[in-house]
Design a protein around this ligand. Sequence first.
Ligand code: R5P
Length: 293
Amino acid sequence: MSTTAPWLLAFDDERHLAEALARELAWPLHCIERHSFPDGETKLTLPAALPERVVVLRGLQQPNAKLAELLLAAPAARELGARELTLVAPYLAYMRQDIAFHPGEVVSQRHLGALLAQAFDAVVTVDPHLHRVRSLDEVLPGRRGTAVSAAPLLGAWVARHVARALLVGPDAESAQWVEQAARAAGLGWALARKQRHGDRDVSIALPDADYRNRGVVLIDDVASTGRTLAVATTQLLERGAASVDVAVTHALFVGDALAQLRAAGVRHVWSTDSVPHETNVVSVAPLLAAALR
Ligand code: R5P
C-alpha cells in the first residue's frame, strides 16, 4: 500500500476552490496546464510522474470542452502512474436529461455517466440533479459515486441572515434540497409546482401559504437562465412577501439571469462556490474534503 499522499490536480480557472480543498486535505495541489491551438484543439500537460492516488477537480459548468479535456486527462494520468483516479466535479452537468420525452431523444445522464465510469474509478459531486434516479451509483455503472449536499450549509446561511425565513422550493425536484436546508436550520418550508414550456419559459404554481410580511428564500440546486426563480419571485411578492432572497448550490446564471432576478425583485442572491461566481458565499470545500477522506 502506498504511503505517498494523494495529489490533487486542478485547472487554473478553478484555482480558488482547488486551493481551499488542498488546504482542507493537506494534500499537494498541482496544475493541469492547457494550451488552446488556433483550430480549437487543446494540449494538456500533467505533472510528469503521478502518485498512486490522484484526484482531478473539474466542475462541469460549460461542460462540452471540459469533457473533452477530462477524456484526455484521465488516461494520461493513468499512463503517468495513477492507479486510483477520482473525479471531483462539484457541478455535474447533464444530470437533468434523465428521460427521453420523445422517441430518439438521448438520455444524456446515462451516457455521460457511462463515459465518466470508463475514465474514473470514482466520482464525487455536490447536489447532482437526480430526480428519477435515486443515487449517483446508478448513473456510474460499476463505479463509486458520492454525492454530498450543500443544502444544510445554505439553510444555516439563510437562518443567520433572514429572521424567521420561509424556505420555498420552486418545483417538485427541489423538495430534496429545500427539506434538508429547512431541517438543518429549523425553518419552515413549502414546495411550488413548475411547468416548463421552453428554455426560458416556465410557469409556477405557489403552494397555499400566508406569505404576507414573511422573508421568503427560494432554494434550488441550480439556477441557469434564472427564469424559474424570477417567476417564483414575482408571484411571492404579489402575494405579499416582505422580501425574496435566493440560495442555490450551483450558480450557473447564464446570460442575463442575474439581471432578470433583480428585475423580478430578488433582494440577495447567494450560492456556494461549486461554480465560481460573484454570488458565492458558502464553500463546499469542507464537504468535498470529508467525502475524499
Ligand atoms: C430543474 O428542475 C432545476 O432544479 C432548476 O430549477 C432549473 O434547472 C433552473 O433553470 P432556469 O434557471 O433556467 O429556470
